[in-house]
Ligand binder design. Structure first.
Ligand code: PLP
Length: 363
């Protein structure tokens, strides 16, 4: 492999993770949407997720969904970010379902769908406490009453989102609000809902423990199947692989240097005043990967004894004093990525993406 930096993607691990998640969800009557926004919906990865058996795909961005359609993916795709009023024509044309919380937008989606002779399906998002998107529970009944009158709209069900803005943990109690609302809608409006969409990766823990409320029948999973982690619950999911994505970057300098810069301190390249602890002379490496290439705080060195000290736009500085091997110029250092790291490196044009399947490097 000559190109550096590069993101190595193990497609088999992603398929494995997906299949495991699909299996435990299926056992409890829950379908799984594979969420593709964490890696800009790169087609090879999307294929790996589909091979794991998901029931559909979901992405937050129409640009990604349009690319997937162009690439020939014909599975149902749900738009995960509530649509812009200015964009409803595109939404109804390319996505099967979108999540929504504004009646004005839902009406416009209905109009747009009628114009092209279809019905647009929606999931009405309910805010059960995380305070990102969604209508408040006390407004659900009225809103549903208005939605079911719209000709161009099919209301598939209710959904909620947690752990994203407020960091609220999914629990039996807050997810069960969705089930109770579904029952109320059925009882009072005689409308039965097909879908109760109970969140993303952070809801998997409840599935594992058998504590997810009966009636929740869909999850939208990204982080878990890609990285095998669950940031909201602060855990590695131990029955999943957590190294499907590895970033490799090349060492361009290795030297022993003092741990505190010499001279009067001004500002660093980003205008901050740096602070350093004096721990004596340390072995340091510089790799050719900086803030312009990706989000440094989203990287985790794979090797024991290697720590990231910081970065400027084109250089990352690491302490390698405790490393187990002798690191030389021209070597590569490997990094795992967290969700924010994956977001940034997958869309970085400075990072080459390479894919492995059945132990063989593609491309
Ligand atoms: C991103 C997103 C998801 C997926 O979340 P993960 O934590 O990656 O599983 C699910 N639902 C919505 C609405 C999202 O925006």
């Amino acid at each position: 492999m000559s190109f550096s930096p590069r993101l190595e993607v193990d497609l088999d691990k992603i398929t494995y993770n997906t299949a495991k998640i699909v299996q435990i969800c299926q056992e409890q009557g829950i379908s799984v949407l594979g969420v593709t926004k964490g890696f800009t919906a790169i087609p090879q990865i999307v294929t790996a997720i589909l091979e794991g058996g998901v029931d559909g795909l979901a992405d937050a961005r129409m640009e990604n969904i349009i690319e997937l359609r162009k690439a020939g993916f014909s599975v149902p795709i749900t738009l995960l970010r509530i649509p812009r009023l200015s964009n409803v024509d595109t939404v109804v044309k390319h996505s099967n379902v979108s999540v929504n919380s504004e009646i004005t937008v839902i009406q416009a989606l209905g109009q747009a769908a009628l114009k092209i002779g279809t019905k647009h399906h929606i999931i009405l998002m309910v805010d059960v406490g995380d305070l990102r998107e969604g209508i408040l529970t006390e407004h659900v009944l009225d809103t549903v009453r208005r939605i079911v009158k719209l000709e161009g709209i099919a209301l598939d069900g209710l959904g909620t989102n947690m752990g994203c803005f407020g960091g609220i943990l999914p629990e039996y109690s807050n997810l069960n609000i969705l089930v109770q609302l579904g029952n109320m809608i059925e009882y009072k409006l005689r409308v039965s809902l097909e879908v109760l969409s109970g969140g993303g990766t952070s809801s998997l823990l409840l599935v594992e423990k058998g504590e997810i409320p009966k009636g929740i029948n869909q999850l939208r999973i990204g982080e878990g199947l890609l990285l095998g982690t669950d940031t909201t619950n602060n855990r590695n999911i131990d029955w999943l692989q957590n190294d499907a994505f590895i970033l490799q970057a090349e060492v361009i300098e290795v030297k022993a240097k003092p741990s505190v810069p010499i001279g009067n301190i001004g500002r660093d390249a980003f205008g901050n005043i740096p602070e350093f602890a004096d721990v004596g002379i340390r072995n340091r490496a510089i790799v050719a990967f900086g803030k312009q290439d990706g989000y440094i705080e989203g990287l985790i060195p794979v090797e024991q004894g290697v720590t990231i000290l910081g970065a400027s736009s084109d250089h990352m500085i690491l302490d390698i004093t405790e490393a187990e091997r002798k690191i030389r110029v021209g070597d590569e250092l490997a990094f795992r990525v967290n969700y924010a790291g994956l977001l940034s490196v997958s869309q970085s044009r400075y990072v080459k993406k390479v894919f492995r399947k059945d132990q063989i490097w593609l491309s």
